[in-house]
Design a protein around this ligand. Structure first.
Ligand SMILES: [Zn+2]
Length: 255
């Protein structure tokens, strides 16, 4: 079951959303101001996407005029719930590399992922998580992917109604990766730039990307931080950034 954490007024982190590889789950979050709800990441399933959206709508006092979804990167565990937000009228924002990655080739990758990766996840759910095929299909749901409506290069600032949101380009885990920082509450939604209490998923790159990842983490270290919502693991403090840097430095020494 997902866990909802209220980190500050209108600022929520969500941990332990469904993930087919291990019980740590995947994380997401949302921020609420008077006229906006901004979600960070869409979870991996339609059922979790629906749950996330119902939570933010319930917490918003008045129905906000704008719904936005920011994607930290293009990986399935962070975007497969996207349909729920799109159908609710959300504008989807991501780094331009997320868009170019999903739109890559003809037919575009974001359509082909559904033909290849969705059956792979379903099979894994049946094999290693003991779901029946029917249950697995129900949980994952009718996944459909969409390209971001708006993209940016490098960093971007967004007026959120309750302070500024900083979308910070933090490549390393993958080249599409961003982190989302809300300076008013000192909350960092780090996506997979930060892992809490577990090994980092480094298989998408090599030494060059790991060095870039360290640079991204050092950039995040400059921020004043009260809470980090990592891509995976528990809500944590700034010290976890140092642990992630050391993990990558050790890895580089072995290569
Ligand atoms: Zn992830």
């Amino acid at each position: 079951m997902p866990e909802l954490h209220r980190l500050d007024k209108g600022v929520y982190g969500v941990t332990r959303l469904f993930h087919p590889a291990g019980d740590f789950g995947v994380n997401a979050g949302f921020l609420i101001s008077q006229n906006k709800i901004i979600h960070v990441d869409a979870s991996m399933t339609i059922s979790d996407g629906e749950w996330l959206l119902s939570q933010s709508l319930e917490k918003a006092i008045t129905k906000p005029s704008k719904l936005l979804l920011i994607l930290t990167h293009h990986h399935s565990d962070h975007i497969f719930g996207i349909r729920v937000f799109k159908e609710a009228g959300a504008k989807i924002i991501a780094h331009e590399k997320t868009k170019s990655f999903l739109a890559f080739r003809t037919p575009p990758l974001f359509r082909r992922i559904l033909d290849t990766y969705k059956p792979f996840i379903l099979k894994r759910m049946v094999k290693s998580m003991d779901y029946s095929k029917k249950e697995a299909e129900k949980i994952l749901g009718d996944v459909k992917l969409f390209l971001p409506d708006e993209t940016f290069k490098e960093d971007r600032e967004m007026d959120f109604g309750n302070g500024i949101l900083h979308l910070i380009y933090t490549p390393g885990h993958v080249p599409t990766e961003i982190s989302v920082y809300h300076s008013t509450s000192k909350t960092l939604f780090a996506g997979d730039t930060v892992y809490e209490g577990m090994p980092l998923t480094t298989r998408f790159g090599g030494p060059k990307q790991w060095k870039q990842w360290i640079k991204s983490l050092e950039k995040l270290q400059q921020l004043e931080i009260k809470n980090i919502v990592p891509g995976h693991g528990k809500i944590c403090g700034k010290e976890e950034i140092q642990r992630n840097i050391e993990y990558l430095e050790n890895l580089l020494r072995e290569h």
